[in-house]
Design a binder for this molecule. Structure first.
Ligand code: NDP
Length: 307
C-alpha cells in the first residue's frame, strides 16, 4: 500500500495491508499533512523499536454520508487508529461505541482507537490548540481573554479547552446563529459557563468596544482554506495587544495572519496545533511518548515541498 496515495471508500473493501494501519479521514483530504508527520515519526520510532516497523498511516477521502459505513469497514479491517477531520468531527459521536469525557464535553471527536466492540473516540484538538498557542506566544488560557470565530468541531474544542483551563472571558461569534446557539446550549452544564458571551455578527463594532485590552483571537472557521476566501474577522478592529491564532496551517501565511503581521501583532497559523493534536493521538494509539519535534519538522518539510 502507498502512504502518499489518497484512498477512497471502495479501497476499503479490498484492503490487504498486513501491518498496523492508521489513517486520516476527511473531505477534502488532499491538503492534509498528517500522513507525512505520522509516517516520519513511525520511521524514527521503528529505528529504535522494530515492533513499530510494520505501522503505516494512510489518507482516505470519505464523504459525510459514507462515514458511518466506512468506520464499520475500518474497524473490520483492523485499523488501530483514525484521525477525523473536516467535516466528520461532530457526526462521529454517533458512530463510536464509547468516548472520553473530554470528547463528550466538546461534542466532537478527532481521534478513534480500535476496541473489540467498536471505536473509542477522543478529542486531542483542544490540547493541540493550547500547545500551539503556548509555543507561538508563550501564553496560557488561564486568566486569558479569548475571542473565537466559528461553531464547528474545532471551535467546540477551543471553547471547552479555554473554559476548562480557566480563561477569564470567552467571546464567540459565528455566521450561523442557529449553530452558535446549538453549540452554546451543549455547554450549559460546564463549570464557568457564565464566562462565555456570544457576539452578534451584525453589531460587532459595539461589542468590540467592550473588549479587554489584551487577549487571544482564534479563527476556528474554515475561511482561509481556499484562496479568495473572505476574512473570518477584521482583526484590525481588535485592541493592539490582542494576538491572532489562525487554526488554518496551509498556506503557511494566511490573509488573516498577514493582516495581523502588517499591524505588528503577534500571529501564528495552526501548524503547532496540528503537530500537538497529532502527537497526542499517536500516544493514545501506541501508548508510547512522542517527540513532537520530529513530527513538526516533517510537517514543515511537507508544507514547504507541497507534498
Ligand atoms: P466545521 O466544518 O465543523 O466548521 C466550519 C466553521 O466555519 C463553521 O463555524 C462555519 O460557520 C464556518 N464557515 C464556513 N464557511 C464560512 C463562510 N463562508 N463564512 C463564514 N463562516 C464560515 O469545521 P471544523 O470546525 O472541523 O474546522 C474548522 C477549521 O479549523 C478548518 O479550517 C480546519 O482545517 C481547522 N482545523 C485545524 C486544526 C489544526 O490542527 N490546525 C485542527 C482542527 C481544525 P457556519 O456555522 O455559519 O456554517
Amino acid at each position: 500500500m502507498d502512504t502518499l496515495k489518497t484512498y477512497t471508500f471502495s479501497d476499503l473493501e479490498k484492503w490487504d495491508f498486513s501491518g498496523t494501519a492508521l489513517a486520516v479521514v476527511g473531505q477534502p483530504i488532499e491538503h492534509s499533512l498528517s500522513p507525512a508527520m505520522h509516517n516520519a515519526w513511525i520511521r524514527s520510532l521503528s529505528a529504535k523499536d522494530p515492533s513499530f516497523a510494520n505501522w503505516a498511516y494512510f489518507r482516505f477521502e470519505i464523504p459525510p454520508e459514507l462515514l458511518s459505513e466506512a468506520l464499520n469497514y475500518f474497524h473490520k479491517q483492523g485499523f488501530l487508529g483514525i484521525n477525523l477531520t473536516v467535516p466528520h468531527k461532530v457526526m462521529a459521536l454517533d458512530c463510536v461505541c464509547d468516548c472520553s469525557e473530554t470528547a463528550r464535553r466538546m461534542g466532537a471527536i478527532n481521534t478513534l482507537k480500535w476496541m473489540p466492540q467498536g471505536y473509542r473516540g477522543y478529542n486531542t484538538d483542544g490540547y493541540g490548540l493550547e500547545m500551539g498557542i503556548q509555543k507561538a506566544f508563550g501564553k496560557a488560557f488561564e486568566g486569558a481573554n479569548v475571542l473565537i470565530s466559528g461553531a464547528g468541531g474545532a471551535a467546540r474544542a477551543a471553547v471547552v479547552q479555554a473554559l476548562q483551563k480557566g480563561a477569564q472571558s470567552i467571546y464567540i461569534r459565528n455566521r450561523s446563529k442557529e449553530r452558535l446557539n446549538a453549540m452554546v446550549d451543549n455547554l450549559k452544564d460546564l463549570k464557568g459557563f457564565d464566562r462565555i458571551q456570544c457576539l452578534a455578527v451584525e453589531d460587532i463594532e459595539d461589542s468590540l468596544d467592550a473588549l479587554p485590552l489584551e487577549g487571544i483571537y482564534i479563527n476556528a472557521t474554515s475561511l482561509g482554506l481556499k484562496s479568495g476566501d473572505v476574512l473570518p474577522f477584521d482583526v484590525t478592529a481588535l485592541p493592539p495587544k490582542w494576538v491572532v491564532y489562525d487554526m488554518i496551517y496551509n498556506p503557511k501565511q494566511t490573509d488573516l495572519t498577514r493582516l495581523a503581521l502588517e499591524q505588528n501583532r503577534q500571529q501564528a497559523t495552526g501548524l503547532g496545533m496540528l503537530v500537538h493534536q497529532g502527537a497526542r493521538a499517536f500516544e493514545l494509539w501506541s501508548e508510547h511518548s512522542v517527540d513532537a519535534g520530529i513530527m513538526e519538522a516533517a510537517a514543515e518539510h511537507a508544507l514547504d515541498t507541497n507534498y
